[in-house]
Design a protein around this ligand. Structure first.
Ligand SMILES: O=P(O)(O)OC[C@H]1O[C@@H](O)[C@@H](O)[C@@H](O)[C@@H]1O
Length: 358
């Protein structure tokens, strides 16, 4: 059996439009925006799409040695110790696997807030919330000032927000936020509870806790009306309001609250560099690193990770297994692989998404 598992595209239906860049990456003949604006990479999570329950969406499928397709989740279960490894003396489980997505927005997404892990466990009886991180990869040329909304800069009271949600007074809701300008290379961490909306024209790698839980408090975007059960996770509005973190994030605190600054972990004379984009001091939910390869980059890692080639191309070598890596390709490296080597003569950048430390 090979060590490295590569993934093919796994597009998922969502409530908003996008995906033209993902079509282009997949070399489709007529790239266009559609209701499939996301690609879930190695996902062990099923999408919750109200009205589409009859369609299994989200789970990544991979070929076995016999050429059959199996859910990646089921493959992991066959040898969990090798694939997921341990943290200290605790075996890692499927719940420790971050959900990683390409997300390509054509329109601003509706306003939403995700539960924290604590909320999911205590109030919903589910193991994981949805703290999420964004690594901005590209923005669309026709969008001159790409942005996201995150955290209330001017928080409403709970009662006020309730009324605006009930009457769908979106201009009042929008007035609680300032646009946060984004550009390729930017990294953000949006903890559960923080209201947010992604602006149009952004291609990002999104890394999150493994769940698809959202309070969607804007019910209509671009003609699509979110069905009632999909608005508040099938709960009442009071439970939905309990999800929110109303504490203010005034404009001067936005960066300190949400923006993450890459830290160089090591660098060598050839120009190989390993940076930490999100680490244990930011969240216990996942870790993100970026390997910039120039020549041969020998690595040692104890944890499993998803690798995503965001720039350039090269190879990944484990013993005598050599895997070609091209831009936009994505793969899983099991915990059982301790030593590996990247190589690129023309330069290659890989985002590595690891479990957190819980
Ligand atoms: O699930 P819908 O409502 O289409 O939301 C779409 C997307 O919103 C973003 O803010 C993220 O939370 C994504 O992970 C999610 O898939």
């Amino acid at each position: 059996m090979k060590h490295i598992i590569k993934f093919t595209a796994n597009r998922v239906w969502r409530t908003y439009q996008g995906g033209k860049l993902l079509d282009t990456i997949e070399k489709k003949s007529n790239p266009e925006d559609s209701s499939f604006p996301e690609d879930w990479i190695g996902s062990t999570v099923e999408a919750r799409n109200v009205g589409r329950e009859h369609i299994s969406e989200g789970l990544a499928m991979v070929p076995t040695d016999e050429g059959q397709l199996v859910a990646f989740r089921d493959l992991l279960k066959q040898n969990q110790g090798y694939f997921l490894g341990h943290e200290g003396d605790k075996a890692r489980t499927l719940e420790d696997i971050p959900l990683v997505k390409y997300l390509d927005s054509a329109t601003r997404l509706h306003f939403q807030a995700h539960p924290t892990r604590e909320f999911a466990q205590q109030r919903l009886g589910l193991p994981r919330g949805k703290t999420e991180a964004y690594v901005i990869l590209e923005t669309r040329e026709e969008v001159s000032e790409p942005y996201i909304y995150a955290g209330f800069q001017r928080p409403p009271s709970r009662e006020q927000l309730k009324e605006w949600i009930e009457t769908q007074d979106i201009s009042s809701i929008e007035a609680c936020f300032d646009r946060i300008a984004v550009k390729p290379g930017d990294v953000f961490l949006i903890p559960g509870g923080r209201p947010h909306a992604l602006g149009e024209g952004i291609l990002m790698l999104e890394i999150m806790e493994p769940s698809d839980l959202a309070v969607r408090f804007e019910f209509e975007r671009c003609g699509y009306v979110i069905p009632e059960p999909a608005r508040f996770m099938n709960q009442g509005i009071e439970t939905a309001l309990d999800v929110f973190d109303f504490s203010p994030v005034p404009p001067e605190q936005v960066d300190a609250e949400f923006r993450c600054h890459p830290k160089v972990l090591n660098t060598d004379a050839q120009g190989n560099t390993l940076e930490e984009l999100i680490g244990a001091q930011d969240t216990s939910c996942f870790t993100i690193r970026r390997a910039s390869v120039s020549g041969i980059f020998s690595r040692e890692e104890e944890a499993f990770f998803f690798g995503v080639v965001t720039q350039g191309s090269g190879t990944l070598r484990i013993g005598d297994e050599v895997v070609e890596l091209k831009q936009w390709e994505r793969f899983f490296c099991p915990a059982g692989v301790r030593e590996f080597e990247y190589e690129s003569t023309s330069g290659m950048s890989i985002l590595e998404c690891y479990p957190g430390n819980t």
